[in-house]
Design a protein around this ligand. Structure first.
Ligand code: SAM
Length: 269
């Protein structure tokens, strides 16, 4: 397994550990607080020259927390970059379980005052939200996100509500992509004259990426952004992306890396 894939798995495992909790919301929040606490943040390790101090006296838990904090920070930066250059269109996120990356984008949209420029904007988030009922493949993968003891959809709704930004414009769509990213949904979205301005793909596995790329055909606005969280750790992803760009007769420009494994691109016609 390459290093990027190990890093990515580390984050997934970290997020997965909420799965047996009876209180997903409070645990989620305390995890995020823990990542930001001053005694274990990545920034506190930087000395006055911007060089990393030694981590030799940190516990394994502190090391893990700092490294994951760094990855999360990079994705928050991606949200800020995209919001500042937003081309218009809706935000579509594929793989949204804890709504962390969705909330990044809501905040970045607010900070950059984009909502006034794009008042009609919608924020869609697609996920099984802990319910793998009816899975037709990739069982071992979905089992790691299955959580029959907690209503993760309700928890996701609560996170969005507590976040307090553009709640009326957020659409959390629960179910397998095969059931939610349907031709009818796409047709209706397009026929309303809507397009996607930022496609955020954080769905781990090749089959899910394939379904999303198929759905994205003809849906992106000019200068849309696309972020793939597995770009550097799943070799199928860059191949599928390149096939998508060719098939759609588009051009793509690499913008930046995030947390070693993710990549942000901008699309041109
Ligand atoms: C790494 S997590 C996403 C984390 C999220 N971006 C956040 O910030 O909390 C990956 C998610 O993708 C979802 N996923 C992957 N393939 C899917 C599919 N085919 N249909 C629905 N959800 C899928 C999984 O259920 C899982 O919740």
């Amino acid at each position: 397994m390459n290093i990027s894939k190990k890093l990515k798995n580390k984050i997934c495992k970290y997020l997965c550990t909420t799965k047996n909790s009876n209180e997903p919301q409070s645990i989620q929040n305390s995890k995020e607080k823990n990542l930001g606490s001053s005694n274990c943040s990545f920034m506190s390790l930087l000395n006055e020259y911007g060089v990393l101090n030694s981590s030799k006296d940190l516990t394994d838990e502190q090391k893990r927390t700092i490294s994951i904090w760094f990855d999360f920070k990079e994705r928050a930066e991606v949200a800020m970059i995209v919001a500042q250059f937003y081309p218009g269109g809706d935000y579509f996120e594929f793989g949204s379980e804890g709504t962390g990356t969705l909330r990044n984008f809501l905040t970045s949209f607010d900070l950059t005052d984009r909502i006034n420029a794009f008042p009609d904007m919608r924020f869609y988030a697609f996920d099984i939200f802990g319910d793998m009922t009816g899975a037709t493949g990739d069982h071992s993968y979905f089992e790691s996100w299955n959580d029959p003891n907690n209503d993760r959809y309700e928890a996701a709704q609560r996170y969005v509500k507590q976040h307090g930004l553009f709640e009326d414009k957020v659409y959390l769509v629960k179910g397998f992509f095969s059931k939610t990213l349907t031709p009818t949904f796409k047709k209706n979205h397009l026929s309303e004259g809507r397009r996607i301005g930022f496609a955020f793909l954080d769905c781990n596995i090749t089959n899910s990426y394939r379904e999303v790329f198929h759905f994205l055909e003809d849906c992106l606005t000019d200068k849309a952004f696309i972020y793939m969280d597995e770009y550097f750790c799943n070799p199928d992803v860059p191949k599928m992306f390149s096939g998508f760009i060719d098939q759609q007769s588009l051009k793509s420009y690499y913008v930046r890396n995030a947390g070693a494994f993710g990549a942000l691109f901008q699309i041109y016609r």
